[in-house]
Design a binder for this molecule. Structure first.
Ligand code: SF4
Length: 376
């Protein structure tokens, strides 16, 4: 089995190079090729001596995910259905498939004025079982490696390289619960935020969690970390546990306490995502309770009107969405209404479930269009 170089840190590549009897800076050169130049063909890395290139070709690989299909939304978003080759890592007993098995995931590219937002997956499927999310119906298939996580971003950037906007936002809101695949997610994040890597600013990268308390506490202690978003979706434990069974394990009091202790940087706010489900959690009393829960927190709320899917919920009435917003705002909670991108191609929040519909083009044809919840 060859070693996949993607997702390895600069230090790991330097050590790997010295293990081959090469100077450590060869590792820097590889890292620079992948993340600054975004070149993945070893043969064309002419800064490396030919014998090393031959050895790399034989002993290592750089595997980007393979595009199975592209789905283009009328709003310009694109949902990519991606195949991950077997990664050759140790098995994970919690998943339906071992870590190294092939898997299918989704990534969404959303262009807008001056920026693109790329939504990436950290697991194939998900075990958390949120009742409003189609991904939950897949169950957990397997965890992704750091290379598979960062590879989604590299692929989306290279697919759209001829019309990229100056700024890239990345949201870990695709398939999976990032904090239940902690190490690979953070290893990928460090590459994203590394000035010698992809060089994204922490304020442009967001990890979204269903509220995995130990993961939030671990993230709080990280020297390099992105922004944090928490999927709230309810205004009481009873309501949240019905929607998100994970709430029984990590109830609201402990979760919000961890949020109060979270070490925010001067420019940073926590984000609470609140999917509005018509008639379930979108009433004025829900808004008032949510405002009370969040009082005293440096936080903003994104209200996300429910995206229709094959689940027994319905979209909230526009008047209910506006009233919810008004009540939070009146109580000094910064609040935004976010309409998901890519609804028509099942790319919106809670819709990623490998659904195959309306392929926009054959797998080989790049698309000149930019799709899921984008960040401002
Ligand atoms: S909302 Fe996120 S954490 Fe919940 S089931 Fe869907 S993918 Fe998993």
């Amino acid at each position: 089995m060859t070693l996949d170089l993607l997702g390895k840190s600069r230090d790991q590549l330097r050590k790997w190079a010295t293990g081959l009897g090469e100077p450590a800076y060869r590792g820097d050169q590889l890292y620079h090729s992948f993340y600054v130049e975004r070149r993945f063909d070893i043969e064309r890395m002419t800064a490396l001596p030919a014998p090393l290139r031959r050895r790399l070709t034989a002993e290592a690989s750089i595997q980007l995910p393979h595009i199975i299909r592209r789905y283009a939304s009328a709003d310009g978003s694109v949902r990519y259905l991606l195949a991950l080759p077997a990664a050759g890592e140790s098995p994970n007993s919690a998943a339906k498939a071992p870590l190294g098995a092939t898997a299918t995931i989704e990534t969404v590219f959303m262009p807008s004025e001056g920026r693109q937002t790329i939504c990436i997956s950290t697991q194939a499927g998900c075990a958390v079982n949120c009742r409003f999310c189609l991904t939950a119906t897949l169950g957990l298939i397997r965890n992704l490696t750091a290379g598979e996580i960062v590879g989604q971003l590299l692929l989306a950037l290279s697919e759209n390289s001829d019309h990229l906007a100056p700024r890239t936002n990345v949201v870990f809101m695709g398939q999976g619960e990032p904090l239940l695949n902690y190490e690979p997610t953070l290893a990928a994040t460090r590459i994203l935020l590394d000035p010698h890597g992809l060089g994204l600013a922490p304020r442009h990268v967001t990890i979204s969690t269903s509220g995995i308390l130990p993961g939030i506490e671990r993230l709080a202690a990280e020297p390099v970390r992105p922004k944090l978003a928490i999927s709230l979706n309810a205004s009481s434990d009873e309501q949240r546990s019905r929607l998100m069974p994970i709430n029984r394990k990590y109830p609201l009091a402990g979760l919000l306490d961890a949020c109060r202790r979270y070490p925010l940087r001067s420019w940073e706010l926590l984000t609470f995502e609140y999917v509005l489900l018509g008639g379930f959690n979108d009433r004025p009393e829900d808004a008032r309770r949510a405002a009370r829960l969040l009082s005293g927190l440096r936080a903003k709320v994104n209200l996300i009107p429910w995206n229709p899917g094959e689940l027994p919920y319905h979209m909230p009435e526009p008047e209910a969405v506006e009233e919810f917003r008004r009540i939070l705002s009146e109580r000094q909670v910064p609040v935004f209404i976010r309409y998901s991108r890519g609804r028509d191609v099942m790319a919106a929040c809670g819709q990623l479930a490998l659904i195959e519909q309306t392929p926009m083009a054959a797998a080989q044809t790049p698309v000149a269009a930019p799709g899921r919840l984008e960040t401002p």
